[in-house]
Design a protein around this ligand. Structure first.
Ligand SMILES: Cc1cc2nc3c(=O)[nH]c(=O)nc-3n(C[C@H](O)[C@H](O)[C@H](O)COP(=O)(O)O)c2cc1C
Length: 364
């Protein structure tokens, strides 16, 4: 096993066995949807279907990028993809860097397209690789490997800074992103990995030509936490302390959804700490087009296909029920429902120049 394959294996193990969750909220705890005692629709009228990046989905849900590169990762990807196909939701693969460097591991990614022949499949590559010289040819290779419908490029400056021997060169990335956008023929999605995206960055990325943003904000899996545990295992004290200090760094998911969706016309995927169908509905009402979930789906995929399917079905039942309770017949209706934002989240938004109460009117 190469060093990078070992690292991937470690990420899975630590995400399953250690506490790697942020201990600050996503902001959704401050968001309230308004109950309608008379929804004026029947529950059976509710349609959760959407189109995202050219694919029809039964609900606006994506299994976020998790893994690839090892035999264990292949088993996990196979389970995730089979359930995604069965339920008609999207799926992202983990960083494909490992397969570009070692093509004998490609099958651990391409299994996703084999098991999910028709649903939305999103490829994945990292900004650090772009800054080290990769570009259009590698991006195309990732897309071909899994016949991806879209390509995500992950932004992970915090993770790289905490990682032992991480790759922290981020200068000039916007130009590289522009090149990749022009050189590929599927939508490019820029994806954070647990620290959120501010509106200033969202606007820069929209100007660079990307079609989507996956905000992956604070409130769920913390990569400072994951790298903290790794540093502890390999006795790198400075990185261990740094990971602890920055455990909760970033922009909470709900705030990032408001900032990005109200300042651009990009497709917005809300992720980072989303765990329930209620939070899923809140994210869409705040302006997201879809929701992504990673760590809890990893846990269930390891338990097996039935456990994962049941878990996702429960989230979708909850989501559908909430749509009924706010009188939303479809996803466009849900985007228009009124929300109330309280407490710290409202204060944060006001301090950033947003007027809580107005941002949810996007598309109205
Ligand atoms: C084990 C594991 C591996 C991950 N690997 C990647 C990756 O390769 N590329 C990526 O863009 N995000 C990766 N992520 C980040 C997730 O896609 C997601 O943005 C983040 O975990 C927040 O979502 P969550 O709180 O639902 O876990 C990974 C997450 C986990 C738990």
């Amino acid at each position: 096993m190469t060093a990078i394959e070992k690292r991937k294996q470690r990420h899975i193990r630590l995400s399953l066995e250690e506490n790697v969750q942020a201990d600050v909220g996503t902001g959704f705890e401050d968001v309230r949807l308004i109950h309608r005692a008379l929804p004026e629709i029947d529950l059976e009228d509710v349609s959760t279907s959407v189109d995202l990046f050219g694919k029809g989905l039964s609900a606006p849900l994506i299994i976020s990028a998790i893994t690839g590169g090892t035999e264990n990762a292949k088993r996990i990807n196979s389970t995730l993809a089979a359930v995604a196909e069965e339920l008609g939701i999207g799926i992202g693969v983990g960083s494909q860097r490992v397969a570009l460097e070692n093509p004998s591991t490609e099958h651990t990614f391409s299994v996703v397209r084999e098991k999910a022949p028709s649903t939305l499949v999103v490829g994945n590559l990292g900004c650090p690789q772009l800054s080290l010289g990769w570009g259009v040819p590698e991006a195309r290779c990732c897309i071909e490997m899994i016949r991806a419908d879209a390509l995500a490029i992950h932004m992970n400056p915090l993770q790289e800074a905490v990682q032992v021997e991480g790759e922290t060169r981020y200068r000039g990335i916007l130009d590289k992103v522009r090149e990749v956008v022009e050189g590929i023929d599927v939508p490019l999605v820029m994806k954070e990995t647990g620290c959120g995206i501010a509106f200033e960055t969202a606007i820069e990325l929209e100007n660079a030509g990307v079609e989507g943003l996956d905000v992956s904000g604070v409130g769920g899996t913390s990569w400072a936490a994951v790298e903290h545990h790794i540093a502890k295992e390999v006795r790198q004290r400075d990185q261990e302390f740094l990971g602890e200090a920055l455990w909760n760094w970033g922009i909470p998911t709900a705030i990032s959804v408001v900032e990005t969706s109200s300042s651009t016309t990009l497709k917005i995927v809300a992720s980072g700490g989303i765990r329930t169908g209620v939070e899923m509905a809140k994210a869409i009402a705040l302006g997201a087009d879809a929701v992504g979930i990673a760590q809890p789906f990893l846990v269930k995929a390891v338990e097996g296909r039935d456990a994962l399917r049941e878990h996702i079905q429960r989230i979708l039942l909850e989501f559908r029920t909430v749509m009924f309770l706010v009188g939303a017949r479809d996803i466009e209706d849900l985007k228009r429902v009124r929300v109330v934002i309280l407490g710290r989240t409202a204060e944060w938004l006001r301090a950033r120049g947003f007027k809580p109460g107005e941002y949810a009117l996007r598309g109205a």
